[in-house]
Design a protein around this ligand. Structure first.
Ligand code: A3P
Length: 287
């Protein structure tokens, strides 16, 4: 089935909840509050994982909110029509989610004290995760093959735009005190330590027992059991659970099971070229 994507500032967005109006509103008119906390990612980088972590931190480790309220209501996607309404009705401090690149992010943020948590991930694992995700999601075009999808990903011709532009744009804000950069790989390696650092960043110090609760309730297995975040509550018209599982594998390095040697070499060439000059070593570059 052909999907008519929404085009906004040269980037295509999945139709349905996104529209030119909702994206333009998010960029130009969205009112940012000083205690807003934005969960920003490129797709498949651990967005839903971070929503669970942030919700639990705000709840002081009590899992009741995470287990009784849908993630999209706890941390609304404010750049969509539906999410904007939820965001307007949310009490502060608000958790807000988006995949927006920096150039479309709410202008009001830059003169506010609001905070951003930006989660990155090995782009090779993103492309694998994204490939499976697009197959089960009706608002995304079905990829013809993994090779075709990889090509589109590397040229930036996928919904939400180029991964390279996204991360490079956001990395320009590195060093600001209201932005916290973290990677999926660091979350996997040291979830507890990362939760502690996040608490500190958010000014929400939790005791050991509360931190243990955050860690336990955000494990891959716990999240898979929680209907409020495992996507099984989404209607089949949006996500066909027979075609895949949203919380699919939850591991680092699954790309090794999918890339051929030629694809890996091609990926490395494009990566070197596009990431040139970025003075930073990401966790996935060390493996
Ligand atoms: P995989 O498809 O590789 O399993 P997003 O929320 O940005 O769409 O990202 C989804 C990816 O994050 C999926 O990756 C999903 O399994 C993974 N994920 C979500 N929660 C996780 C957790 N608690 N631990 C590890 N991975 C998690």
């Amino acid at each position: 089935m052909t999907v008519q994507y929404v085009q906004y500032k040269g980037i295509k967005f999945p139709p349905g909840y996104n529209s030119v109006e909702s994206l333009s509103f998010a960029e130009n008119k969205f009112e940012v509050q000083d205690d807003d906390i934005f969960n920003v990612t490129y797709p498949k980088s651990g967005t839903v994982w971070m929503t669970e972590i942030l919700s639990l931190i705000l709840s002081g480790g009590d899992p009741a909110w995470n287990q009784s309220v849908l993630n999209s209501l706890r941390a609304p996607w404010f750049s969509t029509q539906l999410g904007l309404e939820t965001a307007h009705d949310s009490p502060s401090p608000r958790l807000l989610t988006c995949h927006l690149p920096i150039q479309i992010f709410p202008k009001a943020f830059f003169t506010s004290k609001a905070k951003v948590v930006y989660t990155s991930r090995d782009p090779r694992d993103i492309v694998v995760s994204y490939y499976y995700f697009t197959k089960m999601c009706t608002t995304y075009e079905d990829p013809k093959s993994f090779n075709q999808f990889l090509d589109s990903f590397l040229s930036g011709d996928v919904p939400h735009g180029s991964w390279f532009d996204h991360i490079k744009g956001w990395m320009e804000l590195e060093g600001r005190s209201n932005i916290f950069f973290i990677s999926y790989e660091e979350l996997k390696q040291n979830l507890r330590g990362t939760v502690e650092r996040l608490c500190h960043f958010l000014g929400k110090e939790l005791d050991d027992a509360a931190i243990t609760s955050v860690v336990e309730n955000t494990s891959f297995q716990a999240m898979r059991r929680n209907k409020m975040c495992n996507s099984t509550m989404l209607p089949k018209e949006l996500m066909d659970q027979e075609k895949g599982t949203f919380l699919r594998k939850g591991i680092c390095g699954d790309w090794k099971n999918h890339f051929t040697v030629a694809q890996s070499e091609y990926f490395d060439r494009v990566y070197q070229e596009k990431m040139q000059g970025l003075n930073r070593i990401f966790p996935w570059e060390q493996t």
